[in-house]
Design a protein around this ligand. Structure first.
Ligand code: MSP
Length: 637
């Protein structure tokens, strides 16, 4: 099966940002999944360079347009490289291979009477590169709800494309092909637009020279949208290259909702006029909005430097966040705080912690070797059938251009894996030699599930298999999607490594310097964090609420207090190093937290049966108390 997927070609008038990155990342994930399914994939992206606004921005920067776009195009390419974008081609509309096809098509449409010369009188919005009639303007400005900027009056000789001629044919096509425009809400919007009547489109300009010349009338340059849309076939070598014959029609044009009209009205009509098949699907996703509500865009000044974001978090977390956040048919919200929160919860905690805790158990209970599994119980069967159904759901959701739903399904598997650890409780199995075979099955299932997680993550976060690979003995298990539905692939005896957490937790404040001495946050320099432990290790601690009923200084020390605490009717003696911070009277009556299962230890001849919890920096210390009147003996979990 062939699979041809495209992104819009971006205006290189400014550096790419998170909003523009979304489409490319989503298309990349779809392309990667299809490759893992064995399809012959062609994934195209590029830049739309012949726009009038490029000339203006370059002029403002004191550069000629070529020099200006060359610099920005390099930034796009660099960003895509850093974000692990696996495009097969990158088309620039200033390339000869593209201009040649545009000129050929323009001439053909002119010769067959679909393009004719006339005079244009109307309005033009340069930021949107769109023609408007007077009655469409809102308060004399651009009617695009995201723009609203000044429009310019144009009166010039122009060529026109006979869109009106194809109106009924297009409407019929859209009605007969429900998959063509997705999501459905946008399809209805387009149908209404066409039903309101299509006017012929002005397709050439004479008031500037930047662009592709009309070959038979070189004072005209081709209208940038007609030029840009053709990239989808010029890059394949239309009309006779093998790539064109192999890959056209496109399986998906993935675009943002703002440019749906160009892709589902102008583009299909060009293709109909050329008598070539239409793309199978045009999917218009929503926008990333800032927390304040506006679209993330350079002109609104609310974009963050994408390169800095990658430096802080790496490509995988950014990819994950953007893909997970944009729900089908809706807008998404972007903020760095939300990105960090998702990184910590979904990646560091749910996924990363599952991997490190289960590997740690293989290290501990089987000398770092993947054991041979015994017979499956219902728990393993359940997990195995879930991986198959998740694989199917992900495939379908990605064909539907819905990566958020695909990731949601994968995270159901992640969560089931975590539950499997708690239910099987290997730390208990390890205590009982009769359970050795059962323990082996559980440990094996851990290791093989990590391999499957590597496959599941690969299209979305291509760095994950790379991180998992050395942990599971270096084998190359992550290239074939259907291997996520096969179990018992990992070889027993494989030596595993515990390694570093694959997604370390991040604290946003680590990236911001306190602005001045006064504004420095009221915290001490934090002591380094201790080695990570699994929930099973934490669960070994028995913490209880106890009441201090008596307190006295231990003779000949100024640090120690001897406390008598009451816990569920039982009295214990605890020696605590808090005498410099509390008097005996201050403590009596307080309900505090005791580590109740700490081995008794002798301090200054007194047997201490546990330890009281306290928070401290170098100067202050405060014992942890409970505000509610909980009974003594209550567990702290
Ligand atoms: N050059 C045209 C496309 C021509 S395709 C034949 C263009 N370029 S653009 O650079 O302005 O926008 C490219 C894409 O980025 C559009 O699909 C647009 O929807 C998308 N996005 C720009 N800002 C965005 C967000 N804040 N969020 C999501 N996508 C956004 O239009």
């Amino acid at each position: 099966m062939k699979y041809y997927i495209t992104t819009p070609i971006y205006y290189p008038n400014s550096s790419p940002h998170i909003g523009t990155a979304y489409t490319t990342i989503a298309a990349d994930a779809m392309a990667r999944l299809r490759r893992m399914k064995g399809d012959d994939v062609f994934f195209l992206t590029g830049t739309d360079e012949n726009a009038q606004k490029i000339v203006r921005t370059a002029e403002a920067a004191g550069l000629d347009p070529h020099t200006y776009v060359d610099g920005i195009v390099e930034k796009f390419k660099e960003l895509w490289r850093l974000l692990d974008i696996s495009n097969d081609d990158f088309i620039r509309t200033t390339e000869e291979r593209h201009a040649k096809v545009v000129q050929q098509i323009f001439t053909r449409l002119y010769e067959q009477g679909d393009i004719y010369k006339s005079e244009y009188e109307g309005w033009y919005c340069t930021p949107c590169e769109t023609f408007w009639t007077r009655n469409k303007l809102v308060d004399g400005k651009c009617p695009n709800p995201d723009c609203g900027r000044e429009v310019e009056l144009l009166k010039e000789e122009s060529y026109f494309f006979r869109m009106s001629k194809y109106e009924q044919r297009l409407l019929k096509y859209i009605q007969e092909n429900p998959d063509f425009i997705q999501p459905v809400s946008r399809r209805n919007e387009m149908i209404r637009f066409i039903e309101s009547g299509l006017e012929d489109l002005c397709v050439s300009r004479t008031t500037f020279q930047w662009g592709i010349k009309v070959p038979f009338d070189p004072k005209h340059v081709v209208y940038v949208w007609l030029d840009a849309l053709i990239n989808y076939i010029s890059a394949l070598g239309y009309p006779d290259d093998v790539n064109y014959n192999k890959y056209w029609p496109a399986d998906v044009h993935l675009i943002g909702k703002d440019i749906l009209r160009f892709h589902t009205i102008i583009w299909p009509i060009i293709l109909m006029a050329l008598d070539i098949p239409l793309p199978k699907k045009v999917y218009g996703h929503g926008w990333f909005l800032s927390r304040e509500g506006g679209k993330i865009s350079k002109s609104r000044g609310n974009v963050q430097d994408s390169f800095e974001l990658i430096r802080r978090y790496g490509s995988d977390p950014i990819r994950y966040f953007l893909l997970r956040e944009m729900q089908a048919g809706m807008d998404g919200t972007y903020s760095e705080d939300d990105l960090v929160e998702k990184l910590n919860s979904d990646l560091a905690n749910d996924l990363g912690n599952y991997i490190s805790r289960t590997l740690a158990m293989i290290v501990k209970y089987n000398d770092s070797k993947v054991p041979a599994p015994g017979a499956d119980t219902e728990l393993e069967t359940e997990l195995k059938s879930l991986s198959s159904s998740v694989a199917k759901t992900v495939e379908q959701k990605m064909l539907d251009c819905d990566p958020a739903a695909a990731l949601e399904a994968i995270w159901q598997f992640v969560s089931q894996c975590n539950k499997y650890v708690d239910t099987t409780a290997p730390w208990n199995l390890a205590k009982d030699p009769a359970q050795r075979e059962r323990l082996n099955t559980v440990l094996y299932t851990f290791a093989d599930s990590i391999r499957i997680l590597g496959i599941f993550c690969a299209p979305f976060m291509p760095g994950v298999p790379e991180k998992i690979k050395p942990l599971l003995g270096g084998g190359d298990y992550y290239r074939v999607w259907d291997d996520a539905t096969r179990w018992n692939v990992l070889k027993p005896g494989t030596e595993i490594q515990k390694g570093e957490p694959i997604f370390p937790r991040v604290d946003l404040s680590q990236f911001s310097e306190p602005e001045s001495e006064q504004e420095a946050p009221d915290v001490v320099k934090m002591p380094p964090l201790k080695e990570e432990i699994g929930i099973d290790e934490f669960a070994k601690l028995d913490l209880r609420v106890v009441k201090i009923i008596k307190a006295e200084k231990v003779e000949k020390t100024d640090r120690l207090l001897k406390l008598e605490v009451e816990m569920g009717g039982e009295t214990r003696t605890v020696v605590s190093g808090i005498a410099q911070h509390y008097t005996a009277e201050e403590l009596v009556g307080k309900k505090v937290i005791l580590v109740a299962n700490l081995k008794p230890a002798k301090l200054r001849g007194i047997v201490s049966q546990g330890m009281i919890l306290a928070a401290s920096d170098q100067e202050q210390l405060e014992v942890l108390t409970v505000a509610k009147d909980l009974p003594t003996g209550a567990q702290v979990k």
